[in-house]
Design a protein around this ligand. Structure first.
Ligand code: PMV
Length: 315
């Protein structure tokens, strides 16, 4: 029996969500503590697919129950086989692991990337970076219309990236700041949030563009602070970014509550991350040794999950 595996991790956006849709830069980190593994096996015929996203697949964890993610996984499987010209091959794919769905963590991109890698390997085909990127973007377009490409790049990156106008570059400096991602437990609505910003921009182009430019300036300045490990400065930028995102209408009471809880627990900065209107926040602890306490404080404040941000080197 032939089989092969592929894996992909979650991502989190440090700064730049929404502005990135309008050509501004964004910085994203891999979250290697949240990973999906796809196991592909050849069969006599037909396709079968099992993912952690069907209801009750993971006992006691409803954050994984997502019919949408199931549909996206199936689209990824069919589209990968089409791309490889193996539409008629029998394949059985089982995806395991956990990345909460619809939380701005890039679960749909990760599902697509893991399945595409596993199936290509099973078929003995080496996918170039661009081919894998396009397979993931195909699924991202089904998920939310006009994805910037940030998620697809971030789920394939080994370390932090800066993304601008369709191009992703690795950040030059090693090491991830002491960041924590925490889940409100409320599903985010990236497509609706992106549409909301667009509608606001139609009413008030100069007001919205000024805010998008302000986010871009926060991203540019953060590059220096990441290099020099000026985490006080970086935290202030995260706080400023959350205010701007709130003005753009993409925060929510639950996100604001977790952001406040993080700051009260000593975080140097905190903001929503990803599409917003639900989903996750990202918070910066003063030092790596403060991360467990921040994780505990966010859980106590009602976060349904909280994870340190680590890259491949740290993991
Ligand atoms: O997929 P999410 O929720 O992390 O959102 C992606 C970030 C946005 O900038 C809001 C949308 C995009 O396509 O980049």
């Amino acid at each position: 029996e032939r089989w092969a595996e592929g894996s992909a991790h979650a991502k989190t956006i440090l700064l730049g969500e929404h502005a990135v849709v309008y050509g501004r830069p964004a910085i994203a980190f891999p979250v290697t503590s949240l990973t999906l593994v796809a196991h592909a096996r050849s069969t006599d015929g037909g396709l079968s697919l099992d993912t952690p996203y069907h209801h009750g697949a993971v006992a006691g964890d409803d954050s994984l129950s997502s019919p949408r993610e199931e549909r996206l996984a199936e689209a990824a499987l069919r589209h990968t086989l089409d791309h490889l010209g193996r539409q008629h091959h029998g394949v059985d794919v089982t995806v395991t692991g956990r990345i909460p769905a619809a939380r701005g963590l890039g679960s749909s991109a990760a599902v697509a990337s893991a399945i595409a890698s596993a199936v290509a390997r099973l078929e003995g085909v080496w996918l170039s970076y661009e081919e894998r990127f396009e397979l993931v973007q195909f699924v991202e377009r089904i998920a939310h219309g006009t994805p910037s490409g940030l998620d697809a790049h971030a789920t394939m990156a080994e370390g932090p990236i800066i993304f601008e106008r369709g191009t992703a570059r690795p950040l030059p400096h090693k090491g991830v700041p002491p960041l924590v991602v925490a889940d409100t437990g409320v599903a985010g609505h990236t497509a609706a949030a992106v549409a909301g910003v667009r509608a606001r921009r139609e009413r008030d182009a100069s007001g919205v563009d000024a805010r998008l430019d302000a986010i871009a300036a926060l991203v540019e300045g953060a590059l220096d602070e990441l290099r020099s490990r000026d985490y006080v400065g970086l935290g202030e930028r995260m706080n400023a970014c959350h205010s701007i995102l709130s003005e753009l209408g993409v925060s929510s009471p639950e996100l604001d509550a977790l952001v406040s809880a993080a700051r009260n627990a000593g975080a140097l900065g905190a903001k929503l991350t990803g599409g917003g209107q639900g989903g996750c926040i990202i918070a910066l602890a003063p030092r790596a040794t403060d991360v467990p306490e921040l994780v505990a404080a966010l859980s106590a404040a009602g976060a349904t999950g909280a994870w340190p941000v680590t890259d491949k080197e740290a993991a």
